[in-house]
Design a binder for this molecule. Structure first.
Ligand code: DGY
Length: 320
């Protein structure tokens, strides 16, 4: 059994995997080229990719009959063509659950940082521009008691609601593709609304927790920015392409969007230079799950999936 790990993983998880199979830990820690993917298609029984991998469309056909599993390190799998994988007889797994708390923590951190203008304040201090306390200096937005709109009320959306409602006394409204059991919503004092626009209309903060992919591409578009309360703040720890970035810059330009806390971007890791022109944006380089405990847990869960697959059982987090 030959397995390829596409990027560097936490040491302990590499050690565990090395004991389980003939594992190749690719070095350097850079994205694989299309040529490397095509080569891997004929060499490995399992590949353990991650969320920043670009898998060429031709990979799946080429891997048919050789690669049997793509055990993704990450909960999001919009970088994997699951239909093409299934058609080629390749199982796909992911790592849900273990990154819920850390991602929600980061979303709450971005919300607080954007509301209270922490990025601007830090830049002012570091540049030696601070001239002391004054009543009108860097005035932000009050978080306690404000309304938080959540788009996508799965594990991470609910963890965000937990923090916002029970930690910060926020009122929570949300949109979710399917109906959420009222008892679940009640746990966070949350109200489900019919659609994204309705949530946007009443929210002081709008936080995105839906999956990426074709179904949610540009879900937050010009129409939603126009529906938002003037001055509202957007938080995105989901996927960059959920937001139409041109529409975001237009809304920042008119002032209808008051600011944003963003952990994900449409063309990662290339940052549209327009982001750097706006002081009221708090920008992070896709750090949602970046804690030692969570990154280790993600690796262990990917290995659990591989181990189950190898022993002929259904992997606990099988997608197809
Ligand atoms: C995921 O797992 O999908 C995240 O974006 C990485 O933290």
């Amino acid at each position: 059994m030959r397995a390829l790990v596409t990027r560097a993983w936490p040491k302990a998880t590499q050690n565990r995997l090395a004991k389980l199979c003939e594992a190749t830990f690719r070095d350097p820690d850079t994205p694989m080229s299309a040529a490397e993917w095509m080569e891997a298609a004929t060499q490995y029984d399992a590949i353990l990719p991650t969320v920043s991998d670009n898998i060429p469309a031709e990979f799946y056909d080429a891997a048919k009959g050789k690669v049997r599993l793509l055990a993704n390190y990450g909960v999001g799998y919009n970088h994997i063509d699951t239909a093409a994988a299934e058609a080629a007889g390749i199982a796909v797994t992911n790592t849900p659950g273990v990154l819920t708390d850390c991602t929600a923590d980061l979303a709450m951190g971005l919300l607080l940082a954007a509301a209270r203008r922490l990025g601007e304040g830090e830049r002012e201090l570091r540049a030696g521009r601070w001239d002391g306390w004054r009543p009108t200096h860097l005035i932000g937005r009050k978080v306690a008691g404000a309304t938080l709109g959540i788009i996508g009320f799965g594990r991470i959306g609910q963890a965000m609601a937990q923090r916002a409602h029970h930690g910060f006394g926020m009122k929570v409204v949300f949109q979710n593709r399917s109906r959420v059991d009222p008892q679940t919503a009640d746990r966070y004092g949350a109200t489900q609304m019919a659609n994204v626009a309705e949530v946007a209309e009443v929210s002081d903060f709008l936080s995105l927790h839906c999956p990426g992919g074709a179904d949610t591409r540009h879900l937050i578009d010009a129409e939603i920015f126009a529906a938002m309360k003037p001055g509202a703040i957007l938080i995105n720890t989901a996927r960059g392409d959920v937001v139409d970035e041109d529409a975001l810059f237009a809304a920042l330009g008119t002032g209808n969007l008051g600011g944003a806390g963003l952990d994900v971007f449409q063309n990662e890791p290339t940052l549209d230079p327009r982001f750097l022109k706006h002081e009221n944006l708090v920008l992070a380089p896709h750090l949602g799950s970046a804690t030692d405990a969570t990154r280790a847990a993600m690796g262990h869960l990917a290995i659990d999936n591989l181990e189950a697959f190898l022993s002929g059982n259904t992997p606990p987090n099988k997608i197809v």
